[in-house]
Ligand binder design. Structure first.
Ligand code: GDP
Length: 197
């Protein structure tokens, strides 16, 4: 699939406003500042998602469609875990995310982005557990891999793989760097698998 054919479709304030639940979609999620926008931009080779210096601001679900193939979408979920977001908003986010994972028929995989220097925070674990509970395959990307030396990077990938292997789900873990392009072929391969079956 040519991911550079992706184009913006719509921003939805909640899951009820998403495009019709047909075809196949893959969602991207992660803590604010994890590098989600940068990863989407690297994958699509475009400035699709806004990289923001004020994390936690975007609470919209952005939808991009792939022109290359019929009825296939990338979904950019709101970043989570930003300290300054009011508790009510956090609760609302958790509820709608839980609903999305459970009810969305077209959702065939979720990419979870975590900073390689501090992965598997509580909300990351919650999300991974919800995905597994809903039988959604997970691609965990350890972002900003360029921030670590090779040895530390490899050790971190192995550690996260080891931890997640205790969960009974379909989980793949890769190091990723938008800056260096590390992990991009692996992401494209996994997405192709999800989209094309
Ligand atoms: P988002 O909030 O998850 O969408 O994160 P962004 O993509 O906006 O990135 C957050 C910050 O991390 C920005 O300052 C980016 O420049 C930086 N960043 C993102 N990806 C990388 C990467 O691969 N390497 C490095 N060194 N920095 C990155």
């Amino acid at each position: 699939i040519k991911y550079n054919t992706a184009s913006f479709v719509t921003s939805a304030p909640d899951i009820t406003k998403l495009p019709a639940d047909t075809g196949i979609e893959v969602a991207f999620a992660g803590r604010s500042n994890a590098g989600k926008s940068s990863a989407l931009n690297a994958l699509t080779d475009q400035k699709l998602a806004r990289t923001s210096k004020t994390p936690g601001r975007t609470q919209l679900i952005n939808t991009f469609e792939l022109a290359d193939v019929d009825d296939m979408r990338l979904i950019d979920l709101p970043g989570y875990g930003f300290a300054k977001v009011p508790i009510e908003m956090k609760k609302k986010w958790q509820k709608s995310l839980g609903e999305y994972l459970q009810k969305r028929q077209s959702l065939k995989g979720i990419v979870i982005l975590m900073d390689i220097r501090h992965p598997l925070k509580d909300l990351d674990r919650d999300l991974i557990n919800w995905a597994i509970g809903s039988e959604i395959p997970v691609l965990a990307l350890l972002t900003k891999a360029d921030k670590l030396k090779q040895g530390a990077r490899k050790a971190q990938v192995l550690q996260v793989r080891r931890e997640l292997s205790t969960l009974d789900g379909d989980i793949t873990v890769h190091a990723f760097s938008s800056l260096k392009g590390t992990g991009l072929p692996e992401v494209a391969k996994k997405l192709d698998e999800w989209f094309l079956g």
